[in-house]
Design a protein around this ligand. Sequence first.
Ligand code: DC
Length: 224
Amino acid sequence: MINIAIDGPSGAGKSTIAKAVAKKKGYIYVDTGALYRSIGLWVARKGIAKDDKGSVIAELGNITLELKYVEGTQRVYLNGEDVSDDIRTPEISMYASAVSAIPEVRAFLLDLQRDMAKKHNVIMDGRDIGTVILPDATVKFFMTASPEGRARRRHKELLEKGIDTSYEDVLADMIERDKNDSTRDIAPAIAAEDAIHFDNSAEGIEQSVSEMIEIIDKVIEAKK
Ligand code: DC
Protein backbone atom coordinates (compact mmCIF):
# COMPACT_ATOMS: atom_id res chain seq x y z
CA MET A 1 0.00 0.00 0.00
CA ILE A 2 1.07 3.56 -0.57
CA ASN A 3 1.04 5.55 2.67
CA ILE A 4 1.76 9.26 2.56
CA ALA A 5 2.16 11.08 5.89
CA ILE A 6 1.55 14.82 6.23
CA ASP A 7 2.28 16.33 9.62
CA GLY A 8 2.61 19.91 10.74
CA PRO A 9 0.92 22.61 12.83
CA SER A 10 -2.72 23.60 12.47
CA GLY A 11 -3.62 25.79 9.54
CA ALA A 12 -0.49 25.03 7.52
CA GLY A 13 -2.78 23.89 4.71
CA LYS A 14 -2.31 20.16 5.22
CA SER A 15 -5.92 19.22 4.61
CA THR A 16 -6.39 21.39 1.52
CA ILE A 17 -3.26 20.06 -0.15
CA ALA A 18 -3.76 16.47 1.01
CA LYS A 19 -7.35 16.38 -0.25
CA ALA A 20 -6.27 17.60 -3.67
CA VAL A 21 -3.35 15.15 -3.84
CA ALA A 22 -5.68 12.31 -2.79
CA LYS A 23 -8.13 13.17 -5.54
CA LYS A 24 -5.48 13.33 -8.23
CA LYS A 25 -3.71 10.16 -7.14
CA GLY A 26 -6.79 8.12 -6.19
CA TYR A 27 -5.73 7.81 -2.54
CA ILE A 28 -8.01 8.04 0.46
CA TYR A 29 -7.52 11.21 2.46
CA VAL A 30 -7.51 10.49 6.20
CA ASP A 31 -7.95 13.48 8.50
CA THR A 32 -6.79 12.14 11.88
CA GLY A 33 -7.50 15.43 13.69
CA ALA A 34 -11.20 14.59 13.25
CA LEU A 35 -10.71 11.63 15.61
CA TYR A 36 -9.21 13.75 18.41
CA ARG A 37 -11.89 16.36 17.78
CA SER A 38 -14.64 13.73 18.11
CA ILE A 39 -13.32 12.65 21.49
CA GLY A 40 -13.10 16.34 22.42
CA LEU A 41 -16.72 16.82 21.37
CA TRP A 42 -17.88 13.85 23.41
CA VAL A 43 -16.24 15.03 26.61
CA ALA A 44 -17.36 18.63 26.02
CA ARG A 45 -20.94 17.44 25.65
CA LYS A 46 -20.59 15.50 28.89
CA GLY A 47 -19.55 18.71 30.61
CA ILE A 48 -16.13 17.31 31.49
CA ALA A 49 -13.31 19.84 31.87
CA LYS A 50 -10.60 19.63 29.19
CA ASP A 51 -7.87 19.06 31.74
CA ASP A 52 -9.76 16.41 33.73
CA LYS A 53 -7.67 13.53 32.41
CA GLY A 54 -9.17 10.84 34.62
CA SER A 55 -12.70 11.59 33.44
CA VAL A 56 -11.62 11.77 29.80
CA ILE A 57 -9.92 8.37 30.08
CA ALA A 58 -12.97 6.91 31.82
CA GLU A 59 -15.15 7.98 28.86
CA LEU A 60 -13.08 6.14 26.24
CA GLY A 61 -14.95 2.90 26.90
CA ASN A 62 -18.18 4.66 25.93
CA ILE A 63 -16.88 5.91 22.60
CA THR A 64 -16.93 4.18 19.22
CA LEU A 65 -15.48 6.03 16.24
CA GLU A 66 -15.79 5.18 12.57
CA LEU A 67 -14.52 6.85 9.42
CA LYS A 68 -16.69 6.62 6.32
CA TYR A 69 -16.26 8.06 2.87
CA VAL A 70 -19.18 9.71 1.15
CA GLU A 71 -18.40 10.70 -2.45
CA GLY A 72 -14.73 10.79 -1.59
CA THR A 73 -15.21 12.97 1.49
CA GLN A 74 -14.37 11.71 4.97
CA ARG A 75 -17.20 11.68 7.53
CA VAL A 76 -16.55 10.79 11.15
CA TYR A 77 -19.15 8.94 13.21
CA LEU A 78 -19.21 9.17 16.98
CA ASN A 79 -21.33 6.34 18.37
CA GLY A 80 -23.20 6.23 15.09
CA GLU A 81 -23.78 10.00 14.82
CA ASP A 82 -22.18 11.94 11.98
CA VAL A 83 -20.32 14.70 13.88
CA SER A 84 -18.15 15.87 10.97
CA ASP A 85 -19.54 19.40 11.12
CA ASP A 86 -19.98 19.75 14.89
CA ILE A 87 -16.27 19.12 15.55
CA ARG A 88 -15.11 22.22 13.64
CA THR A 89 -15.73 24.91 16.25
CA PRO A 90 -12.94 26.85 18.04
CA GLU A 91 -14.10 25.38 21.37
CA ILE A 92 -13.72 21.83 20.11
CA SER A 93 -10.30 22.65 18.61
CA MET A 94 -9.06 23.46 22.11
CA TYR A 95 -10.69 20.34 23.53
CA ALA A 96 -9.07 18.22 20.82
CA SER A 97 -5.65 19.68 21.57
CA ALA A 98 -6.09 19.00 25.31
CA VAL A 99 -7.32 15.40 24.99
CA SER A 100 -4.66 14.61 22.37
CA ALA A 101 -1.97 15.07 25.05
CA ILE A 102 -3.36 12.10 27.02
CA PRO A 103 -1.45 8.88 26.21
CA GLU A 104 -4.57 6.69 26.65
CA VAL A 105 -6.41 8.76 24.06
CA ARG A 106 -3.59 8.33 21.55
CA ALA A 107 -3.42 4.58 22.23
CA PHE A 108 -7.19 4.36 21.76
CA LEU A 109 -6.91 5.84 18.25
CA LEU A 110 -3.81 4.00 17.09
CA ASP A 111 -5.33 0.87 15.53
CA LEU A 112 -8.05 2.73 13.68
CA GLN A 113 -5.43 4.87 11.96
CA ARG A 114 -3.05 2.01 11.20
CA ASP A 115 -5.88 -0.17 9.87
CA MET A 116 -6.83 2.50 7.35
CA ALA A 117 -3.26 2.60 6.11
CA LYS A 118 -3.01 -1.18 5.95
CA LYS A 119 -6.13 -1.53 3.84
CA HIS A 120 -5.92 1.47 1.52
CA ASN A 121 -3.57 3.77 -0.30
CA VAL A 122 -3.80 6.78 1.97
CA ILE A 123 -2.58 10.29 2.47
CA MET A 124 -2.91 10.80 6.20
CA ASP A 125 -2.86 14.22 7.84
CA GLY A 126 -2.01 14.73 11.51
CA ARG A 127 0.76 15.55 13.97
CA ASP A 128 2.49 12.21 14.59
CA ILE A 129 1.80 10.24 11.43
CA GLY A 130 5.42 10.09 10.28
CA THR A 131 6.85 9.70 13.78
CA VAL A 132 4.42 7.25 15.45
CA ILE A 133 1.47 6.03 13.39
CA LEU A 134 3.19 5.18 10.10
CA PRO A 135 6.95 5.10 10.73
CA ASP A 136 7.38 3.20 7.43
CA ALA A 137 5.30 5.60 5.33
CA THR A 138 6.21 5.74 1.65
CA VAL A 139 6.80 9.49 1.86
CA LYS A 140 6.62 11.80 4.88
CA PHE A 141 6.01 15.51 4.67
CA PHE A 142 6.22 18.10 7.42
CA MET A 143 4.25 21.10 6.27
CA THR A 144 4.71 24.56 7.72
CA ALA A 145 3.61 28.12 7.01
CA SER A 146 3.93 31.38 8.95
CA PRO A 147 1.59 31.67 12.00
CA GLU A 148 -0.04 34.80 10.52
CA GLY A 149 -0.65 33.06 7.21
CA ARG A 150 -2.09 30.04 9.02
CA ALA A 151 -4.34 32.16 11.22
CA ARG A 152 -5.60 34.12 8.20
CA ARG A 153 -6.49 30.87 6.44
CA ARG A 154 -8.21 29.39 9.49
CA HIS A 155 -10.09 32.65 10.17
CA LYS A 156 -11.41 32.66 6.60
CA GLU A 157 -12.50 29.01 6.89
CA LEU A 158 -14.39 29.71 10.12
CA LEU A 159 -16.14 32.78 8.66
CA GLU A 160 -17.14 30.73 5.62
CA LYS A 161 -18.71 28.21 7.97
CA GLY A 162 -20.67 31.00 9.64
CA ILE A 163 -18.59 30.91 12.84
CA ASP A 164 -18.15 34.52 13.90
CA THR A 165 -14.71 35.09 15.40
CA SER A 166 -11.89 37.63 15.14
CA TYR A 167 -8.54 37.13 13.45
CA GLU A 168 -6.81 37.99 16.76
CA ASP A 169 -8.69 35.25 18.61
CA VAL A 170 -7.88 32.72 15.91
CA LEU A 171 -4.18 33.66 16.01
CA ALA A 172 -4.06 33.49 19.82
CA ASP A 173 -5.81 30.08 19.86
CA MET A 174 -3.50 28.79 17.17
CA ILE A 175 -0.36 29.84 19.02
CA GLU A 176 -1.65 28.23 22.22
CA ARG A 177 -2.63 25.02 20.42
CA ASP A 178 0.73 24.81 18.60
CA LYS A 179 2.50 25.17 21.92
CA ASN A 180 0.40 22.39 23.49
CA ASP A 181 0.81 20.12 20.48
CA SER A 182 4.54 20.57 19.97
CA THR A 183 5.72 20.54 23.58
CA ARG A 184 3.65 17.69 25.02
CA ASP A 185 5.48 14.62 26.29
CA ILE A 186 3.75 12.13 24.05
CA ALA A 187 3.93 12.16 20.25
CA PRO A 188 4.68 15.87 19.97
CA ALA A 189 4.00 17.50 16.61
CA ILE A 190 7.54 17.41 15.27
CA ALA A 191 9.04 16.37 11.97
CA ALA A 192 10.22 12.79 11.56
CA GLU A 193 13.95 12.57 10.85
CA ASP A 194 13.24 11.40 7.33
CA ALA A 195 10.42 13.88 6.63
CA ILE A 196 10.54 16.28 3.71
CA HIS A 197 10.02 19.85 4.93
CA PHE A 198 7.39 21.54 2.85
CA ASP A 199 6.88 25.28 3.25
CA ASN A 200 3.37 26.17 2.20
CA SER A 201 3.53 29.93 2.95
CA ALA A 202 3.86 31.51 -0.42
CA GLU A 203 2.75 29.11 -3.05
CA GLY A 204 -0.71 28.77 -4.45
CA ILE A 205 -2.61 25.54 -3.89
CA GLU A 206 -2.10 24.25 -7.42
CA GLN A 207 1.64 24.69 -7.25
CA SER A 208 1.96 22.99 -3.86
CA VAL A 209 -0.19 20.09 -5.06
CA SER A 210 1.84 19.48 -8.19
CA GLU A 211 5.10 19.85 -6.28
CA MET A 212 3.96 17.27 -3.75
CA ILE A 213 2.79 14.85 -6.43
CA GLU A 214 6.11 15.21 -8.20
CA ILE A 215 7.96 14.26 -5.01
CA ILE A 216 5.63 11.31 -4.33
CA ASP A 217 5.96 9.99 -7.90
CA LYS A 218 9.73 10.23 -7.74
CA VAL A 219 9.92 8.28 -4.47
CA ILE A 220 7.53 5.60 -5.71
CA GLU A 221 9.51 5.29 -8.95
CA ALA A 222 12.80 5.03 -7.05
CA LYS A 223 11.39 2.31 -4.79
CA LYS A 224 10.29 0.15 -7.73
O1 DC B 1 -5.62 18.77 12.65
P1 DC B 1 -6.63 19.37 13.63
O2 DC B 1 -6.45 20.83 13.86
O3 DC B 1 -8.02 19.02 13.25
O4 DC B 1 -6.32 18.61 15.01
C1 DC B 1 -7.00 18.92 16.21
C2 DC B 1 -6.09 18.64 17.41
O5 DC B 1 -5.86 17.23 17.51
C3 DC B 1 -4.72 19.30 17.33
O6 DC B 1 -4.67 20.47 18.11
C4 DC B 1 -3.75 18.26 17.85
C5 DC B 1 -4.51 16.96 17.82
N1 DC B 1 -3.96 15.98 16.86
C6 DC B 1 -2.95 15.17 17.30
O7 DC B 1 -2.49 15.30 18.42
N2 DC B 1 -2.47 14.19 16.49
C7 DC B 1 -2.95 14.03 15.24
N3 DC B 1 -2.46 13.06 14.47
C8 DC B 1 -3.97 14.88 14.77
C9 DC B 1 -4.45 15.87 15.60
